[in-house]
Design a protein around this ligand. Structure first.
Ligand code: PMP
Length: 459
């Protein structure tokens, strides 16, 4: 434990989120004090390359002054207003207009909240609302995927396929949430099965589930174009092409969770573009404001919007909303973020540096600890294995992922271990030189972890 008073106060009073609180009680936390470009510095002055952009989100790094200035100006002009009761303000209107212009075809309307969880929670509510208003009230079940992540509200944690976020929380809340398999070809592809055959098997499983449950009972299917919290898992070839017709056939809404993928992460503006997804709703957050303000948007299709109007006629109003949904300061920051993306051609930049990123990490596929490296754009996952030839994983007790994460931290690199998958989503502004340094530090972290694991094995 670090002795200074900030760390003592942290241990005494602060409840950390998504944290092993037992380990935290023994070891304390790394407290980050400031940022510069893709680097952050802790309270002891140690410098790190932030290869996770915080939580897959600080797309413009940690020192973009234009966003601070625009927030300050908006705070002086109109620091708060809401969008309830036929009131509103310019920043949210202009942002909705801008999002409609850049969204995948047909998503012309934006509903604002503060977080990705709230956007997906709203998408669940709207799926039910839409089917009720359009006369299909039996459509209630929502399909997610094992290890998918859509948020931490009662409903979105139920939809997410992350058992440790449900255990002891009395979740999932109802039996309305169903899950299909995780489409991780490296881990779950069968011997001799091609990637395309694996996708076909995943699609057949989805169709069998729908037929078993009855398509008329299913409201929506949620998917992240690239699964983030599940381990940075890119979809196997053909996956989304095969599942979309099945959903269409059964009149099941497709909700694309672009909370991580949106705004250039995959080398297109949307993950939906990268994978040919035509969603009925799209949730986005994080990179919407480069994370300088909390904001999310749920983009919805014309038919769903029409149902909200029809529902208002029926019920007196659209009875949904949050005090801070569409906060003017957050919306002003989002508008400036989108302007910066355009001016700096951030999507083009991602495509230009992506080969250095994917090849640099790919070269570490030779490392004895690494079984698989997969990625697209500026998101990648590196899967650690005990045996490269057989793909045998490490026993969970070895905590190999956490060990690599810790050794990377020591080498000045912040990455995230998701089990034994190491995730990378650096700020979108990262340069080729910084990527080379990131890979060098990762190699140092892997080597240090490998030395520990080898020593343990020989003991
Ligand atoms: N969906 C996805 C794909 C996410 O990765 C996350 C957060 N990591 C969320 C939803 C939830 O967003 P938030 O933490 O802002 O509620």
């Amino acid at each position: 434990m670090r002795p200074n008073s900030l760390h003592a106060a942290d241990l005494a009073h602060m409840v950390h989120q998504q944290t092993d609180l037992d380990a935290h009680g023994r070891e304390g936390a790394v407290l980050i004090a400031r940022g510069e470009g893709v680097h952050v510095f802790d309270t002891e002055g140690k410098e790190y390359i932030e290869a996770m952009a915080g939580l897959w989100c600080a797309s413009l790094g940690f020192s973009e002054k234009r966003l601070a200035e625009v927030a300050y100006r908006q705070l002086l002009t109109l620091p708060y207003y809401h969008t309830f009761f036929q009131k509103g303000h310019e920043p949210s209107v202009r942002l909705a207009e801008r999002l409609a212009a850049i969204a995948p075809a047909g998503l012309n309307h934006a509903l604002f909240q503060c977080s990705g969880s709230e956007a997906n929670d709203a998408a669940i509510k709207l799926a039910w609302y839409y089917h009720n208003v359009t006369g299909r009230p039996a459509k209630k079940k929502i399909i997610g995927r094992i290890r998918g992540y859509h948020g931490n509200t009662v409903a979105t944690a139920s939809l997410s396929g992350q058992p440790h976020m449900q255990a002891d929380f009395d979740l999932p809340l109802t039996d309305r949430f169903l899950h299909v398999s995780n489409p991780n070809y490296y881990r779950f592809g069968q011997s001799g099965e091609t990637e395309e055959q694996f996708s076909a098997r995943m699609a057949a499983e989805l169709e069998a589930l729908i037929e078993r449950e009855g398509g008329d009972t299913i409201a929506a299917f949620f998917a992240e174009p690239v699964q983030g919290g599940g381990g940075a898992i890119t979809p196997p070839r053909g996956y989304f092409d095969l599942i979309q017709p099945i959903l269409k056939k059964h009149d099941i809404l497709f909700v694309a969770d672009e909370v991580i993928c949106g705004f250039g992460r995959t080398g297109h503006y949307w993950g939906c573009e990268t994978y040919g997804i035509r969603p009925d709703m799209l949730s986005c957050a994080k990179q919407l404001t480069a994370s300088y303000q909390p904001l999310s948007a749920l983009l919805i299709s014309d038919p769903i919007h029409a149902a909200l109007i029809e529902g208002s006629r029926r019920n007196g109003s659209f009875g949904h909303g949050y005090t801070y949904g569409g906060h003017p300061v957050a919306c002003a920051v989002a508008l400036e973020t989108l302007k910066i993306y355009e001016e700096r051609d951030i999507v083009g930049h991602v495509r230009r540096v992506s080969p250095a990123f994917l090849d640099g990490l790919g070269a570490l596929g030779e490392h004895p600890l690494v079984g698989d490296v997969r990625g697209v754009g500026l998101i990648a996952g590196v899967e650690l294995v005990a045996d490269k030839a057989t793909k045998e994983p490490f026993p969970p007790a070895a905590k190999a992922g956490l060990l690599v994460q810790e050794k990377c931290h020591e080498a000045g690199l912040i990455v995230r271990a998701i089990g034994d998958r190491i995730a990378f989503t650096p700020p979108l502004i990262i340069t080729a030189e910084e990527i080379a340094e990131m890979c060098a530090r990762f190699r140092a972290g892997l080597d240090a972890a490998w030395a520990v694991l080898r020593e343990r094995r020989t003991l």
